[in-house]
Design a protein around this ligand. Structure first.
Ligand SMILES: C[S@@+](CC[C@H](N)C(=O)[O-])C[C@H]1O[C@@H](n2cnc3c(N)ncnc32)[C@H](O)[C@@H]1O
Length: 216
């Protein structure tokens, strides 16, 4: 997929409704020690991280589980995982710190300004009911010029994905994420990438650089 179109996604009032609108805490109470995408798609995520990440950075893995897919040959200063299930996070060996936090209940992140160098959201952006507020917060906690890498596939928990996500094609979803990033107002150099391995699960990425207006 080339992502050469100029789609603008217009959101309707019900865009962030979900089939299961009960608190996420209930749905994620049971740990899922499973892979949400196949091995080749995971390798595509790791390869993308390999290209974009440098050593000794402070990484924030948002909507994290027991796997972060980070290349093992790179050393990180800190890897903070934020997700919903304490047991999944406890079993994630790449994390140095773990935070259980419901972004749909509270989009504000429990971190100070400028304390991370890289942000990651892997196969999870479709569950956010306030994505623009969360992306603004990510921009606040990441340093200027940090990279945010959002990846997605075509597999998801259907009852927990938003209506906006469900009604769009894989191609259109990249433009949806781009429109969230533009709305958040603190990102530039937004890239839409098709990193699909060619067989099995597709893998798409939206990569952006944090840009803060420090004037005034
Ligand atoms: C499909 S899994 C992906 C997990 C992980 N990023 C990966 O690549 O394997 C979705 C993840 O989103 C997280 N999540 C879902 N709703 C969330 C919410 N409201 N706040 C924070 N995290 C959430 C869950 O904890 C779960 O681990």
């Amino acid at each position: 997929m080339a992502f050469e179109k100029n789609y603008r996604v217009k959101l309707t009032a019900d865009a962030f409704n979900r089939v299961d609108d009960s608190p996420d805490e209930k749905f994620y109470r049971i740990p899922r020690f499973t892979s949400h995408i196949d091995a080749a798609a995971i390798e595509a995520v790791t390869d993308l991280y390999r290209k974009k990440l440098t050593k000794n950075t402070r990484v924030l893995d948002l909507m994290s589980s027991w796997l972060s897919h980070l290349p093992t040959e790179i050393s990180y200063r800190q890897v903070v995982g934020l997700g919903m299930n304490v047991r999944e996070l406890a079993n994630n060996k790449q994390l140095t710190d773990r935070v259980v936090h419901d972004l749909n209940r509270q989009p504000n992140l429990p971190f100070s300004d400028n304390v991370f160098d890289v942000g990651l959201i892997c196969v999870s952006i479709d569950y956010l009911t306030q994505p623009i507020a969360v992306l603004k917060e990510i921009g606040r906690v990441l340093n200027t010029h940090s990279v945010l890498i959002i990846t997605y596939s075509d597999r998801y928990f259907e009852t927990k994905a938003t209506a906006a996500w469900l009604c769009l094609s894989n191609e259109q979803r990249a433009y949806l994420i781009k429109s969230f990033l533009n709305e958040a107002g603190c990102y530039e150099a937004i890239e839409l990438l098709d990193c699909s391995p060619g067989v099995g699960d597709p893998l798409y990425a939206v990569v952006a650089t944090v840009s803060k207006n420090t004037e005034g």
